[in-house]
Design a protein. Structure first.
Ligand code: HEM
Length: 303
């Protein structure tokens, strides 16, 4: 069985409703600006322009995973941190991450089935066993991912993971597969659901703006280098943990962005928008996402 980008966006729209002008998923969020500066260690691992050491400007969007922009911030949800790096030659490259360390299923079909379960109501009870038979990895991933859905104190206080493997090529032709993590320099702090529900509906967006008035939000970018037995194609699989971890840069989110998404400007964070020195892996979820994002963009910019 395979699914089309149309079917994926239909499933998201059925789960969360269709909201004109909004993203089909990660509908609620705040756009920010900032800078990224690579550490000296990065250039030995990749020749990518934004990882050579000079500071580059970025656009960042923090978001909640739901496709309904009206969902309160305290609803348990994966949170998003999408970053667009503006390269010295005028190009751009994106890094799209969520607060869950792994994807619940190994392929796009499984994700669409999950979205369908979410909108199935009581019928989900009898559909679930069939889903788990087809996607046995969910028995392991879904319970393991629950803690990462807990509402954060702030978008600044949780780690974010880009999940897929990417191939990094250095200036001497060496290569390695890596997975990215954004580590919050403010530490990891989440709320109990009971405490979170007492916060205002938009507490995360308000907190973000207030924090940035005081000081930049900071995240260290860490890569884990794959060992030979770490899967580069299965986004639901954990890596062994033996691979070397290297801090390759620091992101500073300095203030709200009032330039992008004004008027006709369409902003898309595309996980396959890489640059020389970085290549996408053959992970089928990574390969599928750009087409689903295009379909969402088509619908959100439609008339
Ligand atoms: C088959 C799997 C997936 C599908 C079908 C899917 C679908 C979508 C769609 C339709 C959007 C809205 C795009 C737009 O209108 O610009 C979106 C946004 C987003 N997705 Fe996914 N997604 C998938 C997997 C993932 C994974 C694995 C991650 C994390 C690594 C992720 C993180 C995000 C984030 C952070 C956004 C918001 C980007 C922004 O702020 O503009 N998604 N996704």
């Amino acid at each position: 069985m395979s699914v089309s980008p149309n079917q994926a966006v239909d499933a998201a729209n059925r789960a969360f409703g269709r909201h004109p002008g909004s993203r089909a998923l990660h509908a609620r969020g705040t756009l920010c600006q900032g800078t990224f500066k690579a550490t000296p260690e990065a250039a030995a691992l990749t020749r990518a322009a934004h990882l050579r050491g000079a500071e580059v400007p970025v656009t960042v969007r923090f978001s909640n995973g739901a496709g309904d922009p009206g969902h309160p911030d305290w609803v348990p949800d994966p949170r998003g941190l999408a970053t667009k790096f503006y390269l010295p030659d005028g190009g751009r490259t994106d890094l799209v991450a969520v607060s869950s360390p792994r994807f619940p299923v190994r392929d796009p079909e499984g994700f669409v089935q999950l979205l369908k379960l979410q909108s199935a109501g009581p019928a989900a009870t009898w559909k679930l066993p069939l889903f788990l038979r087809r996607y046995p990895e969910a028995l392991r991933t879904l319970p393991a991912l629950l803690p990462s859905l807990k509402p954060p104190v702030s978008y600044a206080t949780i780690p974010y993971y880009a999940i897929h493997a990417y191939r990094w090529l250095d200036a001497s032709g060496g290569d390695r597969y890596v997975r990215y993590t954004w580590r919050p320099l403010a530490g990891t702090h989440r709320l109990s659901l009971r405490t979170a529900r007492r916060r205002p509906k938009d507490y995360l967006q308000t907190d973000l703006l207030e924090r940035m008035q005081r000081a930049p939000l900071e995240f260290a970018l860490e890569v884990q280098i794959a060992e030979p037995d770490d899967s580069t194609v299965d986004p639901s699989a954990a890596w062994s943990g033996r691979g070397r971890r290297v801090t390759v840069g620091v992101l500073r989110v300095t203030g709200p962005d009032h330039e992008r998404e004004q008027g006709d400007d369409v902003l898309v964070f595309d996980p396959s928008r890489v640059t020389d020195g970085i290549e996408c892996s053959e992970d089928p979820v990574l390969q599928f996402r750009p087409r689903a994002y295009s379909e969402s963009v088509r619908r959100r910019t439609d008339g």
